[in-house]
Design a protein around this ligand. Structure first.
Ligand SMILES: Nc1ncnc2c1ncn2[C@@H]1O[C@H](COP(=O)(O)OP(=O)(O)OP(=O)(O)O)[C@@H](O)[C@H]1O
Ligand SMILES: [Mg+2]
Length: 364
């Protein structure tokens, strides 16, 4: 049976850099990428989303407005792709629409992603699957990370103990050992604090290739203090986000007492060492490391992870899925599973009490 389908995946991650849209032709063995589009958020939208991340600015009106806007931007991108490839909406099975996380509180029973899936279905005339995290959370899980199941499907290799590291706003790890005892969890901040600091200090959105970090000196005692955060000590299952690793978190450490580039260098080291600790503690006998997400473009960060782990690092491009597209493709895949009424969570990773079908369907 040919199970191939055209799917859209839409991801906008914690970095708040914008919306990634991918169109794929997927069957159980292969994924063919037809188009990939990154729509950056303009400064005002980013500011609005950032404001919503703090409890003080918990504004219902703003949330509703941003949800509608997020769907409109996404629909425009999708409709342009459909036009470019002369595709009929009937040819598309579904859109996996993650939305923009503004709260992730699994311990309190919820995770909120903004993005109006009803409007997206209306504007594209395609079935939309959204709200992937909450079912896992109410079943006792973290609702994150959800991508390890996808990594397992497309990156697992017999006789190889493989690690996949996604470095987005937050970094998360998936271990795919030959014995199939898959492990996955959030390691800690990926780019989020690096982005914050360079924005405040140099008004740049990110540290291109890690050049500014590289110009600074590592502050050992500051790194030691950063690492004391209880999140790093917690055993998996665990997940985190902007509600923990944010500007308030940074301000606890009197960072203004140090030179700005040294702080940047130390934040980069924090990302590298917390990834390394996750590897050394939970990935016995690992043999290969592949990275994806925006952090894989941070040359100095990858150099540091290489040095600390002592092993060569490739991007997932080597495994035929471009490093910047993995997350969006994963949500297309999760959505298709939802439509097909197949379990798509990973209880052993998120800690939920059993298999569930994640996602809410909004028919075309
Ligand atoms: N050339 C580059 N040099 C250094 N860092 C980069 C570069 N390009 C992107 N980045 C970093 O990658 C980030 C975006 O990564 P990505 O889109 O994977 O994160 P995300 O949207 O938070 O995703 P997710 O939460 O799904 O993992 C940027 O904010 C920036 O910090
Ligand atoms: Mg992104």
């Amino acid at each position: 049976m040919d199970n191939s389908s055209l799917l859209f995946g839409v991801m906008s991650g914690t970095s708040l850099d914008g919306i990634d849209i991918v169109l794929i032709n997927q069957n159980s063995k292969t994924i063919k990428i037809i188009e990939f589009l990154q729509i950056p958020f303009n400064i005002n939208i980013k500011k609005e989303f950032l404001a919503l991340h703090t409890e003080q600015h918990s504004d219902l009106k703003r949330s509703i407005h941003l949800s509608l806007l997020h769907a409109k931007i996404t629909a425009k991108g999708i409709n342009n792709i459909l036009k470019k490839y002369k595709l009929n909406t009937k040819d598309i099975k579904c859109i996996g629409y993650h939305g923009q996380t503004i709260r992730h509180h699994p311990q309190s029973g919820y995770s909120i992603q903004l993005g109006n899936a009803n409007l997206l279905a209306e504007l594209t005339n395609i079935t939309v699957v959204s709200d992937f995290r909450n079912r896992d959370i109410v079943a006792g899980g973290q609702g994150a990370p959800l991508v390890p199941a996808f990594h397992n499907e497309y990156f697992f290799k017999r006789n190889k103990n493989r690690i996949i590291i996604n470095i987005g706003g937050i970094s998360n790890i998936t271990y795919l050992p030959d014995n199939k005892k898959i492990i996955g969890f959030d390691c800690g901040p990926g780019n989020i604090l690096l982005d914050h600091w360079i924005k405040i200090q140099r008004n740049k959105n990110f540290d291109n290739l890690g050049k500014w970090s590289k110009s600074g000196k590592l502050i050992e005692d500051l790194l030691f203090k950063f690492k004391k955060d209880l999140f790093f000590k917690k055993l998996p299952p665990k997940s985190t986000g902007r509600e923990l690793f944010n500007i308030d978190w940074l301000n606890k450490f009197s960072i203004n007492d140090y030179s700005p580039q040294d702080v940047q260098r130390t934040l980069l080291e924090l990302t590298a060492v917390t990834i390394n600790e996750a590897i050394q503690t939970f990935c016995p006998n690992f043999e290969e490391i592949y990275v994806c997400g925006g952090g894989s473009k941070n040359k100095f960060l990858i150099e540091r992870i290489k040095e600390i782990t002592g092993i060569g690092i490739n991007t997932t491009d080597k495994l035929n899925i471009p490093s910047q597209q993995v997350e969006a493709i994963a949500f297309a895949w999760l959505a298709k599973k939802c439509i097909q009424k197949q379990y798509n969570n990973s209880p052993s990773i998120t800690g939920s009490s059993g298999p569930r079908i994640l996602g809410t369907i909004h028919y075309s």
